[in-house]
Ligand binder design. Structure first.
Ligand code: ADP
Ligand code: MG
Length: 238
């Protein structure tokens, strides 16, 4: 579970092609980071994988099945948004349980799954609070909890920490890495922050203007950047 293959996908908005033909293989359990400057197509690529946008051409396979025409809900992926998109009038418990309630799961089963997720995320003591009573980092964890209970084949994070202050960001970065170790689920993580990419990724995808400039492990990119763009962005100082 969690193998994602992009085959010659393109995306145009009107006459403007923001993703030229692109191939990418994401393997089960990998922590893959899309990194690149603002406007290079990171969010678009995530939205294509999630199914929130349709590809203009090409195909997306998830676990060997063509998912190109599959609705976002049926792709089995969970997207964690930068704006937490929590319901302010609902408790943390109800926020996390929301997708389960929509799926018609019994109260007992919902509670068991919510409590397991809360335990992984250190939210056990906050389940009866409202989002407004939580810190930014805790709210972010609730949003992740809502993704966890769906038991997705992969988690998609689009700059999830960009609303947090620098100190909190470092802590959350470690928490997400820990979560990846605990769950061993594929995670795709978008950032424009080189340090985040270097410290979190198994595999980094460096993007510029919708093109993949290089794919590789952090050390490989650091020591053997393929071109001056990658070198300038994350390569070792020469
Ligand atoms: P990033 O997330 O790397 O900052 P985006 O994927 O948001 O970049 O944007 C990539 C390019 O696609 C930008 O030039 C942006 O203006 C354009 N774009 C993104 N979404 C739309 C849209 N819905 N309509 C038109 N252009 C868009
Ligand atoms: Mg973006």
């Amino acid at each position: 579970m969690g193998n994602i293959t992009l085959k010659q996908i393109t995306k145009s908005f009107g006459d403007v092609q923001v993703i030229p033909p692109l191939d990418l293989e994401i393997n089960e359990g990998e922590f893959v980071v899309f990194v690149g400057p603002s406007g290079c197509g990171k969010s678009t690529l995530m939205r294509l994988i999630a199914g929130l946008e349709d590809v203009t051409s090409g195909s997306i396979e998830i676990d060997g099945r063509n998912a190109t025409e599959t609705s976002p809900a049926k792709r089995g992926l969970a997207m964690v948004f930068q704006s937490y998109a929590l319901y302010p009038h609902m408790s943390v418990r109800k926020n996390i349980a929301f997708p389960l309630r929509m799926a018609g799961m019994s109260k007992e089963e919902q509670n068991a799954k919510v409590e397991a997720a809360a335990s992984v995320l250190n939210l056990t003591d906050y389940l009866e609070r409202r989002p407004g009573q939580l810190s930014g980092g805790q709210r972010q964890r609730v949003a992740i909890g809502r993704a966890i209970v769906r038991e997705p084949a992969a988690f998609l994070f689009d700059e999830p920490l960009s609303n947090l202050d620098a100190a909190l960001r470092v802590g959350m970065r470690m928490e997400i890495s820990e979560l990846h170790k605990k769950l061993a689920t594929t995670m795709i993580y978008v950032t424009h922050d080189q340090v985040e990419a270097m410290t979190m990724a198994d595999k980094i995808v460096v993007l510029q203007a919708g093109n993949i400039e290089q794919v590789g492990g952090p050390l490989e990119l650091y020591h053997r950047p393929r071109n001056t763009f990658v070198a300038g962005f994350i390569g070792s100082p020469k």
